[in-house]
Design a protein around this ligand. Structure first.
Ligand code: NAD
Length: 340
């Protein structure tokens, strides 16, 4: 009987990582998942309570920057793959306190990648026996490309132009991953995804903030004039894209993932208020709570993804559009806030 494969998932207690672990375990029943997460303020173990008794799932509390621990885990579990989500991920925090972004996103990524290389490769372009099919999947963002004007889309060829300490730290990690392919022939793939939304996102992010403030009868804060545009993707569609690229993506390549759902922040707030008006009606519309606040410094105007590469080469497509995904998301948050 062949031994089960083990993969390391980092940052699996966060928003996308926890949704991904559920998706992955459902679709890869023969693979063991080890989730390494530091449980920063953004990590939430209850995001994974459905998996607590799954014999293919193990949680390890720890830091991706801890090389001794990461080495120990590679020794113990003999990982054949890594899917690396762990990051400091909130742009506003990166403006106030960039240090942790550089430590985790740059040094942490380097530590994981370098450990995987040392375990899997005996020399540049030469894998140890049995490691030929191993791969390291780096999860990144479309923010590395900078900001767009009214028109145009980010393709995989768009030059990097990160504008915040967050996006600069992600861009740096993308370049380290790229260099390991070109210098050592390391088996890497990278995905750059647009803004995600859906269940289990941290309270600090835009969509959970709008829903929470609306329900608490508080002002719903919208930066500037609310005209900043993001290309929104339902988290489950992102998870399907990652699973596809992890198994079938071409080594050394990057894939953009986005759902062709450009919406401005004011539209998002208004839409959420309209849905809440139906699901939880009160005397006046929730939209009366929308309040414009001082813009974020260096706020990128527009992000939009051209996803033709992953669509044409791997057959990926988004199942949800913003208007369908947001209803599921709001219903999930209504259940969450009711329990608290
Ligand atoms: N959220 C989005 O819209 C979006 C879009 C594109 C790409 N991404 C990328 O996807 C990944 C996941 O994003 P998210 O929104 O789920 O983030 P998140 O902030 O919800 O979760 C991050 C997780 O990483 C863990 N973590 C942080 N530092 C760590 C460290 N040093 N060692 C181990 N674990 C650590 C946290 O505890 C948390 O569980 C990130 O790499 C992010 O850049 C996010």
């Amino acid at each position: 009987m062949s031994k089960k494969q083990s993969i390391l998932i980092t940052g699996g207690a966060g928003f996308i990582g926890s949704n991904f672990i559920l998706h992955f375990l459902k679709h890869n029943k023969e693979t063991e998942v080890v989730n390494l997460d530091k449980l920063t303020y953004a990590g939430e173990l209850s995001n994974l309570k459905e998996q607590e008794n799954n014999k293919n799932y193990t949680f390890i509390k720890g830091d991706i920057c801890d090389s001794e621990l990461v080495n120990e885990l590679f020794n113990k579990y003999k990982f054949t793959g890594v899917i690396h989500f762990a990051a400091e991920s909130h742009v506003d925090n990166s403006i106030k306190k960039p240090d942790a972004f550089i430590t985790t996103n740059v040094n942490g990524t380097f530590n994981l990648l370098n450990t995987a290389k040392n375990y899997w490769m005996e020399a540049p372009f030469s894998f140890k026996e049995g490691c030929e099919n191993n791969r390291f999947h780096h999860i990144s963002t479309d923010e590395v490309y900078g900001s767009l004007g009214e028109t145009g889309l980010f393709t995989e060829e768009t030059p990097y132009a990160p504008n915040s300490p967050y996006s600069a730290s992600k861009a740096s990690s993308d370049f380290i991953v790229r260099s390991y392919f070109h210098t050592y022939g390391m088996s890497v793939v990278t995905t750059n995804c647009s803004n995600n939304y859906g269940p289990k996102q941290h309270n600090e992010k835009l969509i959970p903030t709008i829903i929470r403030k609306a329900l608490n009868n508080e002002a719903i804060p919208i930066y500037g004039d609310g005209k900043n545009i993001r290309d929104w993707l339902y988290v489950e569609d992102h998870c399907r894209g990652i699973n596809l690229v992890f198994h079938k993506g071409k080594l050394g390549e990057t894939y953009n993932i986005g759902g062709k759902n450009e919406r401005d922040n004011l539209y998002i707030a208004q839409k959420i208020c309209d849905i809440l008006d139906e699901l939880r009606p009160k005397d006046i519309s929730y939209s009366k709570q929308i309040t414009f606040v001082k813009d974020r410094p260096g706020h990128d105007f527009r992000y939009a993804i051209d996803a033709s590469k992953i669509e044409n080469n791997l057959g990926w497509y988004a199942n949800e559009n913003f208007e369908t995904g947001i209803v599921k998301t709001i219903e999930w948050y209504l259940r969450k806030y009711k329990k608290q």
